[in-house]
Design a protein around this ligand. Structure first.
Ligand code: DC
Length: 222
């Protein structure tokens, strides 16, 4: 079980709801450490891709995930994910890593390994942790639990604008379909599916600004 010592804020919700932007701001405001658990699942995905494993090959994923040496460091306040000691942050946000993470995060052996790492981090410091199962599984005794969501149309539009800003080609309809598919996998998998914890507060950011959401969560922390 969780050996709880620090203050903890758990933020769960679907892809594109704004979890990481909001969590980073809360962490900065409160002086807590921000733990991005999605980045850990993505680092595991990079490891699997480098080892030539196919996303559907559940048996092979279970077999080799134990050997992945994943750890977390903080540099200038930013979370850095180390894979065998190498900073892999630059490889985490690709479509390929996201897609692989969406499959491999459903494998129990992968979850067990990363949940242990997440609990260790929370035992050492005050944290704002975001993901899919933080309030339900990783930190069931978190001091504040938020379920942050937004409509799939809103989330797709945000992602579209983000890509366009980076000068990348993007097609709104395809992005929304990807989001709907990923929600489906995250919410309906057998192990630790995405769901709102019974004691989590629901925030729908569709019609809220980032600052409004941050202010609401900061209030709940007081
Ligand atoms: O939040 P993200 O897009 O970086 O997450 C990448 C994948 O990892 C996503 O498909 C869901 C999965 N994930 C998970 O299963 N549990 C978490 N606590 C965080 C992410």
């Amino acid at each position: 079980m969780q050996g709880k010592t620090g203050y903890s804020v758990a933020i769960d919700g679907p892809a594109g709801a704004g979890k990481s932007t909001i969590a980073k701001k809360i962490a900065k405001m409160k002086g807590y450490i921000y733990v991005d658990t999605g980045a850990m699942y993505r680092a595991m995905a990079v490891y699997l891709l480098r080892n030539g494993v196919a996303p559907e090959d559940t048996n092979r994923i279970s077999e080799i995930c134990e050997a992945a040496d994943i750890s977390i460091a903080y540099r200038d306040g930013e979370q850095v994910v180390l894979l065998d000691g190498e900073n892999v942050n630059a490889f985490l946000r690709t479509e390929e890593a996201g897609n692989m993470a969406s499959f491999s995060s459903a494998v129990p052996a992968v979850r067990e390994k990363l949940v242990e790492l997440q609990r260790k981090l929370a035992a050492k410091a005050d944290v704002v942790m975001d993901g899919r199962d933080i309030g339900t599984v990783v930190l069931p005794d978190a001091d504040v639990k938020i379920y942050l969501t937004a409509s799939s149309a809103t989330r797709a539009k945000r992602r579209y604008l983000e890509l366009r800003e980076k000068g990348e080609e993007a097609e709104l309809a395809r992005i929304e379909q990807d989001i709907v598919d990923r929600d489906e996998r995250d919410m309906h998998r057998e192990h630790s599916p995405l769901r709102q914890a019974a004691d989590a507060i629901l925030l729908d950011s569709s019609d809220m600004t980032i600052d409004e959401v941050v202010e609401r969560i900061a209030e709940l922390c007081r």
